[in-house]
Design a protein. Structure first.
Length: 284
C-alpha cells in the first residue's frame, strides 16, 4: 500500500507538463502545480487509486496513458466561459463585421467558428446576436461551429442546458426569445431554443494539430482567452493555422489580453486591438 503522499513526484509532474505542452500547447509552470494536483485527485479517486504518486505510475509506468489521456486533458484545461463575455466583441460583430460581410447583397451564408468553445456559451451568444439581426431585417443566414479540446465540455455544449446564474448575463429580451426555462422552476436552469441549436454544432479539436479538418472559407473565427495559455511561438503558429481557414476578407477575433498574438502574422491586418482581417485576394 502507498504511503499517502499528497503530491505528485517531481518526475511525474514534469512528465505531465511536457506531455501537455507538447500535445496541447498549454504551459503548466510550477505555480500551477497545486491547481493541477487538486484536479488530478478527482481522477485518482475515480480510478480507486490511493495517492497521486500511484496515479502518476498508472499513467507513465503501468501503460495506461492512452486510455487516460482524454481525462487528463479535461483535468488540465481551464474552461471558464460566460454568455456575452467581453461584450464589445459582439457589438463589433453586429455593427461592423456582419454588415461588411453582407453588404454586397443576396442572402449569404455566414460561417462562424468558435475555436475554443468550452461549454458553448460563446457559440450560443453568437447565435443569439446573429438571429436577432435577422429578426431585425438583415438578410443572411448562418452556421456556427464550436470546437474544444475537452471532450467533456463538448458534451455539455451539445446539451445546451445552463444554470440560471450563468444565463443571467443574457440580456432580458434575448433570454425571453432564445432560452426555454425548465418546467420545474426548482431546477433553476434553461435550455437554448431549438431554432438556435439547429444552427450550432460542436466537435472535438486540438488547436495544436497540424491539420484542423475545418472548412477553409470561414467568415469569422472567435478564438478568445485560450492563446494566453500558449508560449509566443505556439501563439503565432496557432493564429497562422486559424488564418488559413478564413476566407479572404474574413475576421479573426481574439481576447483582450491576446491582442499581440495576431500581430505580424502574414495575411492578417489589425482592425482594432483584438480584431484582425485577412487580406483579400488581389484582383486579376
Amino acid at each position: 500500500m502507498d504511503i499517502d503522499v499528497p503530491h505528485l513526484s517531481d518526475r511525474h509532474f514534469r512528465s505531465i507538463v511536457d506531455l501537455i505542452q507538447g500535445r496541447v500547447g498549454i504551459q503548466l509552470p510550477p505555480s500551477k502545480r497545486t491547481m493541477l494536483e487538486g484536479r488530478l485527485r478527482k481522477r485518482m479517486r475515480a480510478l480507486d487509486l490511493e495517492t497521486l504518486e500511484a496515479y502518476g505510475r498508472h499513467l507513465f509506468d503501468d501503460g495506461h496513458l492512452a486510455e487516460e489521456y482524454v481525462h487528463l486533458v479535461d483535468c488540465v484545461t481551464t474552461n471558464k466561459t460566460d454568455f456575452f463575455r467581453e461584450p464589445a466583441h459582439f457589438d463589433i460583430l453586429r455593427q461592423e463585421i456582419v454588415p461588411h460581410l453582407t453588404h454586397s447583397g443576396g442572402r449569404p451564408l455566414l460561417k462562424i467558428w468558435s475555436a475554443a468553445a468550452s461549454t458553448g456559451a460563446e457559440a450560443y451568444t453568437l447565435a443569439m446576436v446573429l438571429q436577432d439581426m435577422i429578426a431585425a431585417g438583415h438578410d443572411f443566414t448562418y452556421t456556427i461551429l464550436g470546437t474544444d479540446i475537452s471532450t467533456e465540455v463538448v458534451r455539455v455544449a451539445q446539451t445546451a442546458i445552463y444554470p440560471d446564474d450563468m444565463l443571467a448575463a443574457v440580456p432580458a429580451h434575448l433570454r425571453r426569445r432564445y432560452v426555454m426555462a425548465a418546467r420545474d422552476p426548482a431546477r433553476r436552469q434553461g435550455r437554448i431554443v431549438p431554432e438556435l441549436r439547429s444552427r450550432v454544432r460542436f466537435q472535438h479539436l486540438n488547436l495544436m494539430d497540424a491539420h484542423y479538418g475545418i472548412d477553409s472559407d470561414v467568415h469569422v473565427i472567435f478564438c478568445r482567452n485560450v492563446l494566453i495559455y500558449f508560449d509566443k511561438p505556439t501563439q503565432k503558429t496557432v493564429v497562422a493555422h486559424l488564418a488559413a481557414h478564413l476566407r479572404p476578407g474574413g475576421y479573426l477575433v481574439v481576447g483582450h489580453s491576446e491582442s499581440m498574438a495576431g500581430a505580424g502574422v502574414a495575411g492578417l491586418t489589425q482592425v482594432t486591438s483584438t480584431v484582425f482581417r485577412k487580406a483579400k485576394e488581389p484582383a486579376r
